[in-house]
Design a binder for this molecule. Structure first.
Ligand code: SER
Length: 614
C-alpha cells in the first residue's frame, strides 16, 4: 500500500462513518506563540476540544502536516523524522469509547474498507488507573467484546506483560494518559500495537521490552478526553468528552509494507533515487547522510510550501528552516563533491509526490525552489570560507598535539570559527570527528554565552539590575516582580527562573523560563497570589551575606556568577527571598493592585510578562 492510498482509505472510511473531512491546517500555529510548528494532529483543534463549536461539525477526519524538530540530531537513525503526517478522526463531544474502539478495529482489520491487518498481530494498551483516576474499564470491556466477537483471545494483563491469551495491557500515566501541556483537556488513551516479527514465535514478555526492541510498534493512539486538568492539579470531568486519535502515516506505511525502516517506503524512495542520481553515491553505503538530506529537504519543502510565507532567516521558524537546509547541505558536502545546486532538485520530487493532497506545494513551487537555491548558494560560500580557516587551526593543533592520545579543539577556537566566519559548530564537530579529534563543546557554549551577555550589556547598561531609574513607582514594580516570580513558580512549577527584567515607572517587563503559553486561568491565579501577598502587608528586609549563605537559605538568584562575594538578599515576609541589588519598598502595603497586561513569547522556551500596579 502506498502513502497516498493509506491516507485516502483512512479518510474514506471515516467519511462513511459520517465524519467530515477537513483540510490540514498550516504548519505554523495560528494563535499559539508558544510553539513554532504544529506538532500533532490535535494541535490546531485545541479550541474545539475545549468546547468551541467547529464549523464542520462534531465528527471530523483529517491528515495533518506536523513538524517536530526536538529530535533533529537523531535524524539519520532508522526512525526519526522531522516532518510527518498524522491521520486523525475526531469526536467533539459526540461519540466516545465504544464507537472509537469498534471503528479502529474495523479499519485496521477489514479487508475491503480497511487495511486488512491480521488481528492476531494486534495488541492494545489501555490506562491502568493512577493519580486518583480509575482504570479505564470501559475501554477494556469494549476491546474484550470486539475481540470475542471476532473469535480472538481477549485476556487482560495484570503485570504489564504479555503471555498466554493476553491481548489487552493496562499501563500507567506515562504510557496511557495524554495531555497537551500542563493543564487542559486530557484523558486515558488506548494505543494499538502491531507485532512486527511474528516469525520469531509467540509474543511474550514485559510490554515495555517488546516496544524497546521493536517487536511491537504503536500505530494508532485513541485519546479519550474526559477531564480538564486544572491549575491545582485536579481532574474535573468534562461536560462533553472528546475523542482525539492519531495515526502516524509514515510509521504505519512502514509496518504495512514490512519495510525495514521508514526510509525504505514510498515516502522517501523517489527522493533517494534522485539523490543517488545527483550524488553518484548509493544509499546503502551512506545511509545516515542520505537520511539527513532527504528528511531535512522534505521538511524545508513543506515549510516553504506553506502559505504563511516563511523564508530562511535568523529567528523562530525562519531559523529552523535555515538550519534544516544547512544541515542537508553539510551532509551532502560530506558524501560528495558536487558543485551544482541540488536542494531544489530533491524538492521537485516531493512537490510532485505530494501536490495532489497538499496543493499549496504546487501553488508555492517557484518560491520553494528559489529560496532553497538562494540558501544553498549562500551557505556553500560560508562553508568554503570556514573550511579554509578550519584547516589552518587543524594544522596548528595537530602539529602541536601529534603524540597526544586525545587531541581536543578548544571551545575558543571553535567559537572563533563560528563568530568570525559563521562556520556552524556542527560543521566543526563533523570535521573533527572525521579526523578523530574532539571539540570542547562546553567551552564553545561558554564562549557563546559570554559573547551574548557582553553584547546585551550595551543595551542593558541603563537598567541597573533591570531598573530604568529609582523613581518610587519603579521601585514598587521591582518589589512586585519579586512577588510575581514566586507566584509564577507556585503556579507553573519549579522550572520557572528569571531570564531578564526591565522595569520603568510605567510597567515591569519580566522574562522567565517556561515552555508554553500561560492559560488565562494561570495568569489569573498568579495575579490573585500576588495581590494576596500585597494585602498581607509583608515587610521587605535586606541582609548582606555570602553567595554560599544565600544559596543555603534558599534565596533565588539570577545570574549568580555576576555577583561578588557578598550579596544582598531581599526577603519579603515569609513569601520570597532573592539575591538582588535593590532597591525595594519597605512594606508590600505600598504596592497597590497588581495586574498582568500581557503574556507573550520572548524566545524559545522563554515567556515575557508585562505587568503594572494600578
Ligand atoms: N493527541 C494524540 C497524539 O498526538 C493523538 O492524536 O498522539
Amino acid at each position: 500500500m502506498t502513502s497516498n492510498e493509506l491516507r485516502k482509505k483512512y479518510i474514506e472510511f471515516f467519511k462513511s462513518k459520517l465524519h467530515t473531512e477537513i483540510k490540514s491546517a498550516s504548519l505554523i500555529p495560528e494563535n499559539d506563540p508558544s510553539v513554532l510548528f504544529t506538532t500533532a494532529g490535535m494541535h490546531p483543534l485545541i479550541p474545539y476540544l475545549l468546547g468551541e463549536k467547529h464549523p464542520a461539525g462534531k465528527r471530523l477526519v483529517d491528515a495533518q502536516k506536523c513538524i517536530r524538530t526536538g529530535d533533529i540530531e537523531d535524524v539519520g537513525d532508522n526512525r526519526h523524522l522531522t516532518f510527518f503526517e498524522m491521520l486523525g478522526n475526531w469526536s467533539l463531544g459526540d461519540y466516545f469509547k465504544k464507537d472509537a474502539i469498534n471503528w479502529s478495529f474495523e479499519f485496521l482489520t477489514d479487508k475491503n474498507v480497511g487495511l486488512g491487518l491480521n488481528p492476531s498481530r494486534l495488541y492494545f494498551t489501555v490506562f491502568k488507573g493512577e493519580n486518583g483516576i480509575p482504570r479505564d474499564d470501559e475501554a477494556i470491556k469494549t476491546w474484550q467484546e470486539v475481540l470475542s466477537k471476532n473469535n480472538l483471545p481477549n485476556g487482560v494483563s495484570n503485570d504489564e506483560s504479555v503471555h498466554d491469551d493476553i491481548k489487552i495491557i493496562p499501563l500507567g500515566v506515562n504510557d496511557n494518559f495524554w495531555i497537551a501541556g500542563a493543564t487542559g483537556p486530557c484523558g486515558g488513551d488506548t494505543e494499538i500495537f502491531y507485532d512486527t516479527r511474528p516469525e520469531e514465535g509467540k509474543l511474550e514478555g514485559k510490554f515495555e521490552d517488546l516496544i524497546n526492541n521493536f517487536r511491537v510498534i504503536e500505530i494508532w493512539n485513541n485519546v479519550f478526553m474526559e477531564f480538564n486538568k486544572t491549575i491545582d492539579g485536579k481532574y474535573e470531568k468534562l461536560e462533553k468528552p472528546n475523542v482525539d486519535t492519531g495515526m502516524g502515516l509514515e510509521r504505519t506505511i512502514t509496518v504495512l509494507n514490512n519495510a525495514e525502516t521508514v526510509f525504505e517506503t514510498d515516502s522517501f524512495t523517489n527522493a533517494i533515487k534522485k539523490l543517488e542520481e545527483i550524488s553518484g553515491k548509493h544509499y546503502q553505503d551512506r545511509k545516515k547522510n542520505f537520511r539527513i538530506i532527504i528528511d531535512h529537504i522534505k521538511t524545508a519543502t513543506f515549510i516553504l510550501g506553506d502559505d504563511k510565507g516563511i523564508t530562511p532567516g535568523n529567528k523562530d521558524q525562519s531559523y529552523v528552516l535555515r538550519k534544516l537546509i544547512r544541515r542537508a547541505v553539510r551532509s551532502m558536502d560530506s558524501i560528495c563533491d558536487i558543485k551544482t545546486i541540488f536542494t531544489p532538485e530533491i524538492a521537485r520530487v516531493y512537490i510532485e509526490q505530494y501536490k495532489e493532497f497538499y496543493p499549496e506545494l504546487e501553488r508555492n513551487k517557484e518560491k520553494i525552489l528559489e529560496e532553497l537555491q538562494k540558501e544553498e548558494i549562500k551557505f556553500k560560500e560560508t562553508l568554503d570560507r570556514g573550511i579554509i580557516e578550519f584547516e589552518k587551526i587543524w594544522n596548528e593543533i595537530y602539529d602541536k598535539n601529534k603524540l597526544d592520545a586525545e587531541v581536543v579543539m578548544s571551545g575558543e577556537k571553535a567559537f572563533f570559527l563560528y563568530q568570525s566566519f559563521g562556520f556552524p559548530i556542527e560543521a566543526t564537530k563533523d570535521l573533527c570527528l572525521e579526523r578523530g579529534i574532539k571539540v570542547d563543546e562546553v567551552g564553545f557554549n561558554e564562549e557563546l554565552k559570554k559573547h551574548q551577555e557582553s553584547s546585551k550589556i550595551g543595551s542593558e547598561q541603563k537598567f541597573k539590575g533591570g531598573l530604568a531609574d529609582t523613581d518610587p513607582q519603579t521601585i514598587k514594580l521591582h518589589t512586585a516582580a519579586h512577588i510575581m516570580l514566586q507566584a509564577l513558580r507556585m503556579v507553573l512549577g519549579d522550572n520557572v527562573f528569571q531570564k531578564g527584567a526591565n522595569i520603568t515607572s510605567e510597567r515591569l517587563r519580566f522574562d522567565f523560563s517556561h515552555p508554553e503559553k500561560m492559560t488565562q486561568e494561570q495568569i489569573a491565579k498568579v495575579e490573585e497570589i500576588v495581590n494576596k501577598q500585597i494585602k498581607r502587608n509583608l515587610p521587605v528586609t535586606m541582609e548582606e551575606m555570602t553567595v554560599e549563605n544565600a544559596e543555603k537559605q534558599g534565596a533565588m538568584g539570577v545570574f549568580k556568577d555576576k555577583y561578588g562575594e557578598l550579596v544582598k538578599v531581599y526577603t519579603i515576609g515569609d513569601f520570597s527571598k532573592e539575591i538582588c541589588g535593590g532597591p525595594h519598598v519597605g512594606n508590600t502595603s505600598e504596592l497597590g493592585n497588581f495586574k498582568i497586561q500581557k503574556e507573550e513569547s520572548s524566545s524559545a522556551g522563554v515567556r515575557r510578562i508585562k505587568a503594572i500596579l494600578e
